[in-house]
Structure formats: C-alpha cells, structure tokens
Write a protein that binds this ligand. Structure first.
Ligand code: ATP
Length: 333
C-alpha cells in the first residue's frame, strides 16, 4: 500500500446484554469521503435486545449471510472487466492499458511489487480515481462517472489496508452502518420512522449481527470498535463491507500484521465468503496465502499486467519469478 492511498454471530452473541446507544461521537472518525461507498450522514441507534434470538442458530446465520441467489447464476462469467485502463498522476503512469476480468464466484489475487499499481487498480474500480482512458465495466454497466456510494449500490465493497472503522461506535453499529447502503426508505420515511423504515432498521440489525457471527466477532458486538483486537478489527471491516450486500468484495492486504495461525483462519473465512456466492478480489503480499486461497492471479509490474492465470501458471511463469517472486524454492541449492 502506498502512502498515496486516499481512503484511508456463533452462539456467542451477547443477546443477554441489552444496551442503547443514542449518542454517537463522530470525533476522530473517518471522513465521509473515506468511507466505503460514501459512508454515513447520521448516527445510528441500535439495541442488541432487538436482535432475533434465532441468530444463535448457525444455519440461520448462514442463510442471512449468503449472497443473493442470482449472484451464483452465472459463475465463471465476467463480473468486472478492466478494459484497457490507463491512469496517470501527472507525468506518472500508474496503470498502463490494464485489461483483466474478475469472474463471478472466483477469488482473484492481484499481486506485484511495491508501486506496481495494485492499490490504484482498487481505487479505479471503487470509484476513488477515474481512469485517464479505458473503461471499467461492472455487471454489464460502465462505472463511468458514478460516485463511490453509487458504486457501492451497484455491488462493489472494499476493505482498506489501514483499518478504517468508526472507533467510538460498537462493532454492531459499525456493521449496521454498512447495511444502510441497501435501505430504500425515503428521507421523510426515515424522519417519521415509517413502518418500512422500522422494518429495514430491524432487518439491518439482524443481518449485521449475523455477519458479526459469520466473521467470528459475534461475541464482541457491544464493544467499541477501538477495544477490539487488531485481528478482530480486520474481521469487523470485512463484516461491514459484506453488510452492503456486494457482488464483489475487494480485500486490500487483509492479512497484514497477522501471525501464521491468524492467516490460516483468514484463508478459511475468505474461502467461505466465496463459497457463499460472493466474488472476491484480493491484494496480498503473502504468496503462501495467495497460492492457498485464490482461483486465479493477475500480476502487475510498473502498471502493466505481466501475467494472468491459475496460481500454478503464474507462480511458475519466468517473467513473474523475475519481477516479483525471485528464485523458486526448488531452485535453491
Ligand atoms: N495519488 C497519487 N498521486 C501520485 N502518485 C500516485 C498516487 N497514488 C499512487 N501513485 C503512484 O502510482 C504508482 C502505483 O502505486 P500503488 O499504490 O497503486 O502501488 P501498489 O502496487 O499498491 O504498491 P504497494 O504494494 O506498495 O501498496 C506508484 O508509483 C505510486 O507512487
């Protein structure tokens, strides 16, 4: 990650400890523009006691977390297409005619040396930067000049290498914020707390709790985000991104700072997310993790795609070895 990056429930749920948070400090919170998909504009109020008790049942959790069925329909077909995308910062070409697909239902790894353009790629496909030329197509439509919150609504969510949470809000509230991206209530409906609004709020809270459980942080629902361990904060970010009901989940170095055991369990979570019907784009430097979890890998070097294939094809490609991987293990005497 470069310094230029601009953004930057198992049975353990504590249903027995109701609380009500009516005032939420937004001091030191990420700015709206830094939130995935545009963030929030009002504090949320949640009551864990409202959460449906059946969320203690893992089957119910799995059903609530799973991507919408239609996402599974065209597995293998392109979901996102980077078409000849060039992105320049003044005289520097960060992406140079980059073309690749992300296919429905896969985990695609995006790798390359420092400064190769991986984060810029993420930023181009989440609407942070507009390509100088070329096009990003998502689900058949051009991202064009859409704003970040519109891109979130289209179905692209991301996490950040430098964790960005609402630190003074609880874990549950952080995820409820993500579910807001799907709310359809009008402003008057929300102001006057229409039936639809209350229904959406309730649904959002249930789903947020299910997502916390799914990522393994259900037991910390009522704790402030800042009091969670580093690893749990990373999982919380993933839950918040999934709360926006994305078709594509983009993870930017989700294992940074993890020990080997935490990496193993993160790989399990990422596979489970894919198996639940989501498509995943993963930037990661740890090649063991990348090899272990991805279905395909795209390699960037100096803003250009130098390889695109299965983990086996890419990791044995001489150009990739020369640019990024170095001498293969079996060549070391
Ligand atoms: N906002 C910006 N303004 C100017 N140059 C930028 C900006 N963002 C990125 N760059 C430059 O674009 C190139 C690609 O950077 P990018 O952060 O995308 O690389 P990366 O592959 O993500 O690297 P890392 O692995 O270190 O995170 C680098 O030369 C970087 O300095």
């Amino acid at each position: 990650m470069s310094s230029h990056d601009p953004g930057g429930i198992g049975a353990g749920a504590e249903h027995g400890e109701p609380f009500r948070a009516t005032e939420t400090s937004f001091d030191k919170q990420p700015r709206e523009a830094e939130m995935p998909g545009g963030g929030v504009d009002e504090p949320v109020s949640v009551d864990v006691a409202d959460v449906h008790p059946s969320l203690a049942d893992p089957t119910v959790v799995a059903q609530m977390v799973a991507a919408k069925r239609d996402v599974r329909a065209q597995v293998g077909e392109p979901l996102l297409q980077m078409q000849d995308v060039t992105l320049k910062f003044g005289g520097l070409t960060a992406l140079d005619s980059v073309t690749f697909d992300i296919r429905r239902g896969e985990i695609l790894g995006l790798i390359g040396p420092n400064g190769a353009g991986k984060t810029t790629c993420f930023n181009a496909l989440t609407g942070v930067y507009r390509p100088t030329s070329g096009e990003v197509l998502f689900d058949g439509a051009s991202l064009g000049k859409r704003k970040r919150h519109q891109i979130t609504q289209m179905g692209i969510a991301r996490t950040f290498q430098n964790i960005r949470l609402f630190n003074e809000m609880t874990a549950l509230e952080n995820v409820v914020v993500g579910t807001d991206a799907r709310h359809r209530t009008s402003v008057p409906g929300a102001l006057f707390r229409s039936r639809r609004h209350r229904h959406e709020e309730r649904e959002g809270m249930d789903r947020a709790m299910a997502l916390l459980e799914f990522v393994g942080v259900g037991g910390r629902a009522t704790d402030k985000a800042r009091n969670l361990s580093y690893g749990d904060q990373r999982r919380l970010e993933i839950a918040r991104a999934l709360a926006t009901e994305p078709k594509l989940l983009c993870l930017d170095e989700p294992a940074a700072g993890f020990n080997p055991a935490e990496k193993e369990s993160l790989m399990d979570l990422i596979r489970q997310i894919r198996d639940d019907g989501y498509t995943v784009l993963l930037i990661e430097h740890d090649m063991r993790l990348v090899r272990g979890v991805t279905d395909r890998i795209v390699v960037l070097e100096f803003g250009r795609v130098i390889a695109d294939g299965t983990p086996e094809q890419v990791t044995t490609d001489p150009a990739v070895i020369a640019a990024y991987l170095g001498v293969p293990d079996d060549a070391i005497a």
